[in-house]
Design a protein around this ligand. Structure first.
Ligand SMILES: NC(=O)C1=CN([C@@H]2O[C@H](COP(=O)(O)OP(=O)(O)OC[C@H]3O[C@@H](n4cnc5c(N)ncnc54)[C@H](O)[C@@H]3O)[C@@H](O)[C@H]2O)C=CC1
Ligand SMILES: O=C(O)[C@@H]1CCC=N1
Length: 272
């Protein structure tokens, strides 16, 4: 699969760039239609060996690919755009994977008329379970959005959102896996506190997380209903829930996700 015979260049191939490359290859995208760029030669060699793709310099990628997936850290984007921006022909599609940066950041640095799409994906793309939110920026047409969807659908679920929602999306699903990992880590430690061997606590909690996530996805029930079904009168669960509420777990989550959204806005303000 390579819709319309497009060639995609991943510009700045770190964690997110690599999971995008590997996902496209798993989905059958020909290696000959993928390019990657890196800053370090050792990283370039590693990617070329691992995936059988060509790793080229940024300007070669700009010249040869028709889709440029920008996956550098937001703080590195201005320097990258200074290098490549004026050289990007305006018929290329630029897809930004950068947290915080609005499409206008790219619009200002690219030739007039260049279509830009903003995407927020997440690390479960590694197991084809990503949540990817896609927004049209300047000059992006329905066909460009469809192409972006075709690229990210093999990596998991996709959703179209207005760009104004992307900072909130970043706070929820972009950073989201980290919150779940933190909860799992804390619950495994709780198992240690209760005297379980670490391996046993790990197995119990990870399978419980998988089972709970599968029910959330497949049962069609609201999470409140699912929680109520576990919570017996005068039972064990309600004792735990009282402690979670006493320690402000809901307020903590509201404040945490708001802080993540605010940080995305701050990144944009600092990059303008
Ligand atoms: N890590 C995550 O879970 C998520 C990250 N993102 C976004 O994805 C982007 C990449 O994040 P990560 O992959 O975690 O970062 P990373 O640091 O692993 O990857 C960025 C890569 O870009 C390379 N790079 C920087 N400037 C370059 C240049 N001028 N030319 C070529 N290569 C260059 C770096 O050497 C590095 O390998 C960020 O903008 C981040 O906001 C989005 C969703 C989730
Ligand atoms: O922490 C970050 O800034 C990136 C964006 C979303 C997930 N990781």
């Amino acid at each position: 699969m390579a819709p319309g015979g497009h060639t995609v260049a991943v510009i700045g191939t770190g964690k997110i760039g690599e999971l995008m490359l590997s996902g496209l290859l798993r989905a059958g995208w020909p290696a000959s239609r993928l390019l990657a760029t890196t800053r370090r030669l050792t990283r370039a060699e590693e990617l070329a060996t691992r995936y059988g793709i060509r790793v080229v310099d940024n300007l070669t990628a700009v010249a040869e690919a028709d889709v440029l997936a920008i996956s550098v850290k937001p703080q590195d984007a201005a320097a990258l755009l200074e290098e490549i921006g004026p050289k990007v022909p305006s018929d290329k599609l630029v897809i930004s994977l950068c947290a915080g940066l609005p499409t206008s950041f790219f619009g200002k640095r690219l030739p007039d008329g260049t279509p830009v799409i903003r995407v927020m994906t997440n690390t479960p793309a590694l197991v084809d379970q990503a949540m990817t939110a896609i927004s049209a920026g300047p000059y992006a047409t329905g066909a460009h959005l469809s192409l972006a969807e075709e690229m990210f659908t093999p990596l998991g679920a996709t959703i179209r959102v207005p760009e104004s929602q992307q900072d909130a999306v970043t706070a929820l699903s972009g950073s989201g896996p980290a919150y779940f990992y933190l909860l799992v880590e804390a619950m495994i430690d709780a198992g240690i506190l209760l005297g379980l061997p670490r391996q046993v606590a790990h197995e119990l909690i990870v399978q419980t997380a998988i089972g709970s996530a599968t029910m959330l996805r497949d049962s069609g029930e609201h999470p409140v209903k699912l929680r109520e079904a576990v919570t017996s009168p005068a039972g064990t669960t309600i004792s735990a829930i009282r402690e979670l509420e006493k320690h402000g777990v809901r307020a903590a989550l509201l404040a945490a996700l708001e802080a993540a959204r605010d940080r995305a806005r701050e990144i944009a303000a600092q990059s303008d």
